[in-house]
Design a protein around this ligand. Structure first.
Ligand code: ZN
Length: 491
């Protein structure tokens, strides 16, 4: 039995991958029946950070993040109908049309957040055959039973041989009292038995043939199946949100032990949740804000639009194991912090080396890389990395303001640390001051300025300058029209 770790404290010294130089990492991805919200952004950014950092440490990482597209029954789903199927039925779409639509939008939002795509992004619907085979293995080893065309995990039998509840620290009694009355209770031996395969009800339009019924796999089955298919029967890291520990990850452990006789995951890692004004996010609280609404400022709880980098910075300012409470004020503060970093980064690109580094600055530059590295090694302590980078802005500003000097070697080191930790590992886009709207404004201003110079040149009968500006802008695709009051331009 593998030992379960739930953090990567002293990562560089204590993390031991199963195969030297390689890391296999599986993260529970989105269920694609709606737009991504802050709750999707946090695990995506947390494990993107880990993916980037492991690569920085020199590992070759295979990162698998799944797409849950079979839909799964949720406690509060209307009559237990599959959510994707329901949406497809209401909107008269092919279920895979709904899946593709939301998958595309998820990819768009993740790209905006600068979340790198995983190495493999398997769909649950593309792995039905493997899931059936996995269920069959559990049946063959005697830890599941068939009832009315569905297959259930025999939790009581399993718990006699393996420690069920190990990850979440629950025992069977806790689980009995927590389990609500769900669809299919009368088919099960015990309320805590969970479905490995479900016979499809007539209204359920996504279903597949199996030895037991026309139906669909239980939700937990896809991650056990796809994790082991792409990363092996044992792999290094499995991640997801804290809310997935029970029942989802506990069920995954049980399925793996029941089918294979051993656990698959070496390190479990969970990011904490985001609350909104102290409350859990949810449709019933009317505080469900999609990422697109954040980017557009299109929600009553938002004072203004917030760019994707502000969201990323806001999430990284907290340690991934702490809760984060969202409010418009907190995002405005994060936006100011990000702007300070962007200003320092822009100044860092402009400052020139000269002579020796001033005595007051040398120490902080020399220690910066180690501070950042130690913080990342300490269970991905991003708030400390950000604090170290902020501390180094004093040196940047001192040199920029001409109140100190920096040597060529120190400037190179400072630039490299910022590039490595702020850009490559934290994944912040610091070159984009002001976001798209700001860029557009700056662009329009620059063209107006050029055409203003041309107008002045014309008034001074400096035809050479005036023609040069007009001809070169025209060659770049601009259309310039002289008007009574000056000029108009378009592209
Ligand atoms: Zn999962």
């Amino acid at each position: 039995m593998l030992e379960i770790y739930n953090s990567l404290t002293r990562l560089k010294e204590t993390f031991k991958p199963l195969h030297e130089g390689h890391v296999g990492m599986y993260v529970c991805g989105p269920t694609v029946y709606g737009d991504a919200h802050l709750g999707h952004a946090r695990p995506a950014i947390t494990f993107d950070l880990l993916y980037r950092y492991l690569q920085y440490l020199g590992y070759k990482v295979r990162y698998v993040r799944n797409i849950t597209d079979v839909g799964h029954l949720e406690h509060d789903a209307d009559e237990g109908e599959d959510k994707i199927a329901k949406k497809a039925r209401l909107e008269q779409l092919e279920p895979m049309e709904v899946v593709q639509f939301y998958t595309n939008r998820y990819h768009r939002d993740m790209a905006a957040l600068n979340v790198l795509p995983p190495s493999i992004e398997p769909h649950a619907s593309g792995h039905i055959i493997e899931q059936i085979a996995f269920v069959q293995k559990i049946l063959d080893r005697g830890y599941a039973y068939v009832s009315n065309g569905s297959v259930y995990m025999d939790v009581e039998k399993y718990a006699k041989d393996y420690p069920y509840g190990k990850l979440s620290g629950r025992n069977l009694n806790d689980i009995v009292t927590e389990t609500r009355e769900l669809d299919g209770q009368d088919e099960k031996k015990h309320s805590y038995d969970f479905a490995l395969w479900k016979k499809a009800a007539p209204e359920h339009i996504m279903h597949w043939p199996s030895p037991w019924s026309e139906g669909f796999p239980g939700w937990h089955m896809e991650c056990s199946t796809m994790g082991t298919k792409y990363l092996g029967e044992q792999f290094d890291i499995h991640g997801g949100g804290l809310d997935l520990i029970f029942p989802h990850h506990e069920a995954e452990i049980a399925q793996s032990c029941a089918a294979l006789g051993h656990e698959t995951v070496h390190y479990w890692m969970h990011n904490n949740m985001i609350t909104i004004a102290g409350k859990k996010m949810g449709k019933s609280y009317n505080n469900f804000i999609t990422l697109e609404q954040f980017f557009k400022g299109d929600h009553p709880l938002l004072s203004k639009p917030f760019g994707p980098m502000v969201i990323r910075f806001f999430i990284l300012q907290a340690h991934y194991r702490s809760t984060v409470d969202f409010s418009s004020e907190a995002l405005e503060a994060a936006e100011k912090g990000l702007q300070r970093m962007q200003e320092a980064y822009a100044r860092l690109q402009k400052i020139q080396p000269a002579g020796e580094t001033s005595a007051t600055l040398g120490g902080s530059i020399a220690a910066l890389r180690q501070r950042c590295q130690e913080a990342m090694d300490d269970d991905l302590n991003t708030p400390f990395v950000i604090a170290a980078l902020f501390d180094s802005t004093r040196a940047i500003n001192t040199v920029f303001d001409g109140k100190g000097t920096i040597s060529e070697a120190d400037l190179k080191e400072l630039k490299d640390v910022w590039q490595t930790f702020a850009i490559d590992i934290l994944g912040l886009r610091l070159e984009e001051q002001g976001g798209d709207a700001g860029k557009q404004k700056a662009f329009n201003g620059a063209i107006d300025l050029l055409l203003g110079i041309r107008l002045q040149a014309k008034q001074n009968k400096d035809w050479a300058t005036s023609d040069k500006i007009r001809n070169e802008l025209t060659a770049l695709g601009f259309q310039i029209k002289d008007t009574k009051d000056g000029f108009e331009w378009s592209i």
